[in-house]
Design a protein around this ligand. Structure first.
Ligand SMILES: Nc1ncnc2c1ncn2[C@@H]1O[C@H](COP(=O)(O)OP(=O)(O)OP(=O)(O)O)[C@@H](O)[C@H]1O
Ligand SMILES: [Mg+2]
Length: 262
């Protein structure tokens, strides 16, 4: 495919012919795309187009057809938690935190879960365990700051921090200590100007870090400015796939979506 040719490393995540059916509703049909290291793929489409369902399909949360290849390996049958362990991470459309834990403790919980996965089966001495807890704490604080969640909020509960920072916290928790692919579902929903600018900055930092980012968004300005490629979904099907400039001129997209919603 032409998009692949321009890339040095080949796709990090490739999905092929994804299909999801809910009873009589074909929520997703024949959807294929890929994303490389340091690339941002945008997914747009009207409400109910199947965007979130597409993430459910990729992360094996629903019964679906098709194939998912991560880092060259077929992971179609790998369960959701193991996919996260392999670096395929997702943030949900609604914020989801442990409300009874502080911001920092939320991040520590994610990091310890990851470390638990990679060190599973080891037996730690108490001293080593204490060191591990301290380094999880340091790693969590550092990660939060890098993901635009300032220290002043670390000891607060998620419900007490500003909404824009809650969205950043969602991304930080999804990213954990190291995502290869980060799938974000409407990260800009409800954000004002300053928070939007911070989000764009964060997306560009993730790209510079070589992470593959997939972003579902309704904010056209945001997606057109940050995405390398865009997939347009409509009624579960791929209406178009291309670079932002091509999508903006695509007749079918203008008719079905941009024209109708803009
Ligand atoms: N668990 C489910 N059971 C039955 N139908 C579902 C389920 N989840 C989603 N749907 C339906 O599948 C279609 C696609 O929904 P989806 O949530 O993927 O849309 P979306 O593009 O993310 O929309 P939005 O922009 O509003 O978030 C919709 O018609 C929705 O009602
Ligand atoms: Mg959705």
């Amino acid at each position: 495919m032409a998009l692949d040719m321009a890339r040095s490393g080949g796709p990090v995540l490739r999905v092929e012919n994804l299909g999801v059916r809910y009873g009589a509703l074909q929520a997703l049909a024949d959807v294929s795309w890929d994303v490389g290291a340091g690339e941002i793929l945008g997914i747009i489409g009207p409400n109910g187009a199947g965007k979130s369902t597409c993430y459910d399909a990729v992360t094996n949360l629903v019964t679906r057809e098709g194939r998912v290849v991560l880092g060259g390996e077929d992971v179609t049958d790998v369960p959701p938690h193991d996919l996260a362990g392999r670096g395929l991470r997702r943030a949900f459309q609604q914020n989801a935190f442990f409300d009874h834990l502080t911001v920092l403790e939320n991040m520590i919980a994610v990091i310890q879960d990851e470390w638990g996965t990679s060190f599973g089966g080891c037996i730690f001495r108490p001293q080593a365990e204490r060191r591990r807890a301290a380094s999880a704490r340091d790693a969590a604080a550092e990660k939060l700051v890098r993901m635009h969640v300032p220290r002043e909020f670390h000891d607060r509960y998620p419900s007490e921090i500003p909404y824009g920072t809650q969205r950043m916290l969602s991304i930080a928790l999804a990213h954990g200590s190291g995502a290869k692919v980060l799938m974000l579902d409407e990260p800009a929903a409800g954000l004002g100007g300053d928070d939007m600018a911070a989000l764009v900055e964060l997306l560009e930092e993730l790209r510079r870090d070589g992470i593959s980012v997939v972003v579902i968004e309704h904010h056209m300005d945001l997606i057109m400015s940050v995405a390398d490629h865009i997939v347009v979904l409509d009624q579960g099907r791929m209406l178009a796939h291309g670079r932002p400039a091509d999508i903006q001129e695509n007749e079918a997209v203008l008719d079905a979506y941009l024209g109708r919603d803009a």
